[in-house]
Design a protein around this ligand. Structure first.
Ligand code: GLA
Length: 738
C-alpha cells in the first residue's frame, strides 16, 4: 500500500520506498502541504508539521481563526484573491470578471495502477507498481471542480502530479493552471537547471535560490534549447555522490514555466506547468481541462542516485515499452557527410562501406524529397526528389535493405515551405496572424496542427512513405519556433488556446503513427536538442540531443543531459574533423569514447577516411555492439571524486548485477608533467574482485571505489616516447572475475 488516508484528520500520506509526501485538508477545505522528504513512519497525525503562529500584517481566514493566515501556510495548490500573495498555481476568470476561487475539499479516490492520459503523453503503471490518488475540490457556489491527481510509484521513488478542471456551469476562462505546486519549509537549496542555446544545449547551471522568484521557462511553443523543463532543488552540500535533492520534470514539449519563489519567511514554492504567457483557455460547460503531468523524485543519496531513480522510472513508466529495453541500432547519418548534395548513385558507396564496418542502420537526412536542394523549398512535399532517386525513395530503401542495413529517413512533419506543392494547395494551413507580417526562420513556416485536416494529411503522406520504404527509423525534426500564433479555425475567444492545441496536434500525430507502425523507431530532433523533453521521450525513445558533434562540446552537453535523461535517450555520433561546429581537431578514439555514452553512430563520409581509420571504426562498432546493453541500459554515474575538475569529465556505466562496468576519463587539455592521476570508480560490488582492461592484476571493488585506479600517464613511453595530445580519453573496461 503506497497511500494512507486518515479520514478523520483528512490526512494523506503518500509513501515510496524511501520518501514520504504528506498533505492535509485544512479548515477552509483547501489542501495544505506538510512534508516531502525521507520516508516517515505512518502516523495518525503529524502535529509537529502543522504548528501555526499568528503573525502581524497578514490576512486571516476569519475573525474566528486569526492564525489561519494563508501566506504563512504551505499549500498544495493555491489561487489568487484569498490572502496567499505568493505566485499562484492557477487563476480563473469568472463570467462577472472576478478571479477569486474557493475550492473546497469534496472527497478522494484511490485506484490501483496509473492510467495514461488521453491526449497527452504521461506516465503509466500497473497495479503492482503504481497507485493513483485523486482528490476533488468544488468551487463554492459554482459547478466547477478541481481534481489533483497523485500517482505513487513506490519502488521508483517517484510521485507524479497533474491537475484537472471540470466545468458544469457557465464558461470560465483559465488564465493559468499549473500541473503542480510544491511548498517547502525552508529555502536552503541550490537550483540546478539546464540552460543553453543551439549547439550548446543543457549546460548544468547551479546557484543558491534567492528571495524572489527565479524562473526556468520557455515561451517558444517548444521546450527549447534555451531552457529545459527539468530542474533539481539540492541542498548546498549535495553532490553527485551524497546529499538530499528533489528532482522535478514536466511531461510536456511546449511553452512551460517552472518557478521557485523564496518568500518573506524563507519558505520556497515550486510551480511547474504550461507557461501562462502562451495560454488562455475557455472552459465551457460540460468540458474539462487536463494539465500535463509533473514528475517528482526525492533522494538522500546524491545526484547520481537522483538521476538513476528518474531514468529507471522513464524506462519502466514513460518510454514506449516496445523500445524501452530494446538495443538501439548503430547508425550512420549522411547529413554532415553530404548535406543535401547527393544522389542515389553517390550514396550507395557510403551505404556499402557502412555495412562493411558493421553499422546497422543507414539514415538519409534532409534533401531527399520534393525538389529540395537547399533549405528554401519543399517542406511538406513528402515524396521522392526524382532527379536524386530515379527509382523512387522506395527503390533506394530497397537497395539499403539489400545491403544488409536498416533504413531511416529524415522528415520535418510540422513544417511547410512557401516553395512547395503543399503551399500551392493549402496556403491556409500555414500558421499566420491575418494582417501581420510573416516571420521566417530557416526560410520555413509552421503548419497549423490545430486543424485536424493538417494532421490527417501528414498521417497519410508519412504512412505512405513508411510503407513504401519499409521504414525502420524516422528522424522527426522541427527546426523553427512558432510565431504569430493564430488559427482561422478557432473563434476569437479561443485564440489563446492555439499553442497548447498545436502541441496536442503534434502529440496526436505521434500517437497515430506510433500506433500504426509500432516497430518504427522514432528519433525526435529540433535543430538538435530544441525539444528534448519527456513529452517527446514518451513517443520517440531517442532524440538528436544536439547539432554539436564535437566530442569536447558533447562532454558538457551529455553530462548536463545525464542529470535528467537516460543515455539511451540521445543519439551521439562520431563526426569528421575539423569539426563542423567548432573547427576542433579531436582524436578519433576520443570522438568514439564520448559517443559510446549514448545511442552510438557516425555522421561522416566513411569513403574519405584512410584505411587505418576505417579499421579503427570497425573496431569501435564491434566494441560498442559488445557493450551496447551496458551503455544503453546500464546504471550511469558521473565520477568527479575527490573533487570536480573543469578540465576533466569522467563517466561510468555499471550493469545490474555489478559484474561489468565501463568508465571513461576525458581530459580536455593535456598537462605537462602532471601529478599522478586516479579514477575513483563507483557502483561496483565492494566484495567482488575485478580486472581492468588487459591489466592481469585483480582488484577488489572496495579498492577501486576507495583508492581508485591509476590512470596511465598522459605521456606514453611504451614505444617511441611521445606526448599524448589534448582531448584525450581513457577507457576502462572493468570485469568481475568469478
Ligand atoms: C537540423 C538537424 C540536423 C539535420 C538538419 C537537416 O538542423 O538537427 O541534424 O537533420 O536539420 O536540415
Amino acid at each position: 500500500m503506497a497511500i494512507f488516508v486518515n479520514e478523520s484528520q483528512r490526512l494523506f500520506h503518500l509513501q515510496t520506498a524511501a520518501s514520504s509526501y504528506i498533505f492535509q485538508i485544512l479548515a477552509d477545505g483547501s489542501a495544505g502541504q506538510l512534508y516531502y522528504g525521507p520516508r516517515l513512519p505512518q502516523q495518525t497525525s503529524y502535529p509537529n508539521l502543522t504548528i501555526r503562529e499568528e503573525r502581524d500584517a497578514t490576512s486571516a481566514l476569519s475573525e474566528e481563526m486569526p492564525d489561519f493566515q494563508r501566506e504563512l501556510l504551505k499549500q498544495e495548490y493555491s489561487g489568487p484573491g484569498r490572502g496567499d500573495y505568493r505566485p499562484r498555481a492557477f487563476q480563473l476568470t469568472y463570467p462577472n470578471g472576478s478571479t477569486t476561487s474557493e475550492f473546497e475539499y469534496q472527497g478522494y479516490q484511490i485506484t490501483p495502477g496509473k492510467d495514461r492520459l488521453t491526449d497527452l503523453p504521461a506516465s503509466f503503471g500497473d497495479p503492482a507498481t503504481a497507485t493513483t490518488l485523486t482528490v476533488t475540490f468544488k468551487d463554492r457556489g459554482h459547478d466547477l471542480f478541481l481534481t489533483l491527481t497523485y500517482a505513487v510509484f513506490p519502488t521508483s521513488n517517484v510521485i507524479t502530479r497533474s491537475t484537472r478542471l471540470s466545468n458544469q456551469g457557465p464558461t470560465v476562462t483559465i488564465d493559468q493552471v499549473a500541473s503542480a505546486q510544491l511548498d517547502l519549509p525552508d529555502a536552503d537549496y541550490d537550483l540546478l537547471s539546464f540552460p543553453g542555446s543551439w549547439a550548446r544545449e543543457r549546460h548544468l547551471n547551479r546557484h543558491a535560490i534567492q528571495p524572489g522568484t527565479q524562473t526556468v521557462a520557455s515561451s517558444r511553443m517548444a521546450s527549447s534549447h534555451q531552457e529545459n523543463p527539468f530542474v533539481i532543488l539540492a541542498r548546498p552540500q549535495t553532490d553527485n555522490h551524497q546529499g538530499a535533492a528533489i528532482g522535478c520534470n514536466l511531461i510536456y514539449s511546449g511553452s512551460f514555466a517552472t518557478s521557485i519563489t523564496v518568500d518573506q519567511f524563507a519558505t520556497s514554492r515550486l510551480l511547474t506547468g504550461i507557461n501562462p504567457a502562451d495560454f488562455r483557455w475557455q472552459l465551457r460547460s460540460g468540458t474539462s481541462f487536463q494539465t500535463p503531468e509533473a514528475v517528482f523524485t526525492y533522494t538522500s543519496d546524491g545526484l547520481n542516485a537522483l538521476s538513476q531513480q528518474l531514468t529507471d522510472f522513464y524506462r519502466d513508466h514513460l518510454t514506449n515499452q516496445h523500445f524501452a529495453r530494446a538495443p538501439r541500432p548503430v547508425l550512420i547519418n549522411n547529413w554532415e557527410a553530404t548535406l543535401m548534395n547527393f544522389t542515389e548513385q553517390e550514396l550507395m558507396p557510403l551505404v556499402k562501406q557502412a555495412a562493411q564496418v558493421g553499422i546497422e542502420l543507414f539514415v538519409l537526412d534532409d534533401g531527399w524529397f520534393g525538389h529540395r536542394n537547399d533549405d528554401r523549398s519543399s517542406l511538406g512535399d513528402w515524396f521522392t526528389n526524382q532527379p536524386k532517386f530515379l527509382n523512387g525513395i522506395g527503390g533506394f530503401a530497397h537497395r539499403v535493405h539489400q545491403a544488409g542495413l536498416q533504413f531511416g529517413l529524415w522528415l520535418e512533419p510540422e513544417m511547410i515551405s512557401l516553395d512547395s506543392d503543399l503551399y500551392q494547395h493549402h496556403p491556409d494551413w500555414l500558421v499566420q496572424t491575418p494582417g501581420r507580417q510573416l516571420t521566417t526562420a530557416r526560410h520555413q513556416y509552421v503548419l497549423d496542427l490545430t486543424q485536424p485536416a493538417v494532421g490527417d494529411y501528414l498521417f497519410e503522406t508519412i504512412s505512405a512513405i513508411i510503407q513504401d520504404t519499409h521504414l525502420d527509423y524516422l528522424k522527426w525534426d522541427m527546426n523553427r519556433n512558432l510565431t504569430a500564433p493564430y488559427s482561422p479555425t478557432l473563434p476569437a475567444d479561443r485564440q489563446g488556446e492555439f499553442a497548447h492545441r498545436y502541441l496536442l496536434g503534434v502529440y496526436r500525430l505521434y500517437d497515430r503513427l506510433t500506433k500504426a507502425f509500432p516497430d518504427l523507431l522514432i528519433e525526435s530532433c529540433a535543430s538538435g536538442g530544441g525539444r528534448f523533453d519527456l513529452g517527446m521521450l514518451y513517443y520517440a525513445p531517442q532524440a538528436w540531443c544536439s547539432d554539436d558533434t564535437d566530442a569536447i562540446e558533447r562532454l558538457r552537453i551529455q553530462d548536463g543531459s545525464s542529470y535528467g535523461y537516460p543515455l539511451s535517450s540521445w543519439g551521439a555520433h562520431v563526426s569528421a574533423v575539423p569539426n563542423d561546429q567548432v573547427g576542433r581537431l579531436t582524436p578519433l578514439a576520443t570522438r568514439a569514447a564520448v559517443a559510446y555514452f549514448g545511442d552510438f553512430g557516425y555522421e561522416l563520409d566513411l569513403n574519405q577516411l584512410p584505411a587505418s581509420e576505417l579499421a579503427a571504426i570497425q573496431d569501435q562498432v564491434k566494441f560498442y555492439k559488445q557493450y551496447r546493453q551496458l551503455f544503453q541500459q546500464g546504471r550511469f554515474y558521473r565520477l568527479d571524486r575527490p573533487q570536480p575538475d573543469p578540465n576533466v569529465y569522467a563517466w561510468e556505466v555499471v550493469n545490474a548485477d555489478r559484474t561489468q562496468a565501463i568508465a571513461a576519463r576525458f581530459q580536455i587539455l593535456n598537462e605537462p608533467n602532471p601529478p599522478y592521476l586516479r579514477i575513483y570508480l563507483t557502483g561496483l560490488d565492494p566484495e567482488r574482485y575485478y580486472q581492468v582492461n588487459d591489466d592481469p592484476t585483480t582488484y577488489s571493488g572496495a579498492e577501486l571505489i576507495h583508492a581508485g585506479y591509476a590512470v596511465p600517464r598522459i605521456m606514453d613511453r611504451t614505444a617511441q616516447p611521445k606526448p599524448l595530445s589534448d582531448f584525450h580519453a581513457n577507457l576502462f573496461v572493468i570485469t568481475a572475475i568469478d
